[in-house]
Design a protein around this ligand. Structure first.
Ligand SMILES: [Mg+2]
Length: 340
């Protein structure tokens, strides 16, 4: 099984409502889809969304990376292609897209669905959170109520630099929807003092965790917040690769980590992180950017195989699409995700 050719196309999926965080606002998921075709006619897809605010790659950057690497991978077996890919100096999203296609080809050769290829025994029912975008208080409350009424019990609430607003949103949400679990995601919006004052202000509110309160590079502040916090602190933008995860664990900079294919460079790299997390008892969130259906499928297969180490699943992109996708291998029913 040798690679014969590699094709790319740019795709766009409109969202029901704009997705807003402290870092960005988008109205559709724009992503690149790569198709890797082998000489024996087997083929597989990979995808990477443009998430410049996080991985520093726009669609043009991702396409340019694939164009650079393409010629080096043609004629190679997917396993050898993976080695070349992970030595290349290209962005993590472009890597993730190619890695996804190559690993899928290996699973096809192995004759098993992806989750089995990753060591999973049987399909597992998963549960995702849903994102409540950063907005004015009333909009966030009504979005949260609508989500709860549609069966979502785990809300990832995006907050921003306006601390008063953040506290108010979390207090009101907890009061109005006592049965939901709240994950707070600040997307690096605060400094140390603001983070501590947020913690102080929400002491009496039941929240599950606080995600990336401070800028990714400020690990010392993250550690101080983690030490002072009564809820787990989760590192997201601060953790891209396995090396980052090891650093965070050894330095006790955060309690938990958020793994995303687009940050770590794809399925094979995520497996290394998940195995490390399994061996060292690190609680993980398995998340994604706003992504297309093929990369969400891949992430969900991996999440099924490593469900024992994944405390929270944040793979809600398909719930945010304006129209449901027929390319998903999973059914989203409220917060439940079922392999079909
Ligand atoms: Mg996050």
């Amino acid at each position: 099984m040798k690679i014969e050719y590699i094709q790319t196309e740019v795709k766009n999926i409109p969202l029901k409502t704009p997705f807003v965080t402290a870092l960005r606002r988008v109205e559709s998921v724009e992503f690149m889809r790569v198709k890797v075709v082998c000489q024996n006619a087997s083929f597989a897809y990979g995808e990477a969304p443009a998430t410049k605010a996080i991985t520093n790659e726009g669609i043009e950057d991702i396409l340019a990376s694939i164009a650079i690497l393409k010629e080096m991978l043609i004629g190679k077996h997917p396993e050898d292609a993976l080695k070349i890919l992970h030595k290349a100096n290209i962005g993590s999203s472009a890597k993730a897209a190619l890695d996804m296609a190559l690993v899928s080809l290996l699973a096809q050769e192995f004759g098993e669905p992806l989750y089995k290829f990753f060591g999973g025994e049987a399909p597992v029912e998963l549960q995702t959170d849903i994102t409540i975008s950063l907005n004015d208080l009333d909009t966030m409350l009504s979005d949260a109520k609508e989500a709860y009424e549609s069966g979502m019990t785990l809300l990832k609430v995006k907050v921003g630099s306006d601390l008063k607003h953040a506290v108010r949103v979390i207090e009101e949400l907890a009061f109005e929807l006592p049965k939901v679990k709240i994950l707070v995601d600040a997307n690096q919006a605060w400094n140390l003092e603001e983070s501590l004052s947020f913690l102080n202000a929400v002491q009496k509110v039941k929240i599950e965790l606080i995600e990336q309160p401070v800028i990714a590079t400020d690990l010392e502040s993250l550690k101080k917040i983690t030490d002072a916090s009564f809820v787990p602190i989760l590192a997201d933008e601060a953790v891209f690769t396995l090396e980052d995860v090891i650093k965070v664990r050894e330095g006790r900079y955060a309690d938990m980590i958020n793994i995303k294919l687009m940050k770590c460079g794809g399925l094979s790299k995520a497996v290394e992180i998940l195995e490390y997390a399994r061996a060292h008892d690190i609680r993980c969130m398995f998340g994604s950017m706003l992504e297309g259906p093929i990369s969400i499928n891949a992430a969900l297969h991996l999440a099924m195989a490593f469900h024992d180490v994944i405390a929270y699943i944040d793979l809600d992109s398909p719930l945010l699409y304006k129209e449901s996708s027929d390319e998903l291998e999973f059914l989203y029913a409220g917060s439940k995700i079922i392999f079909i």
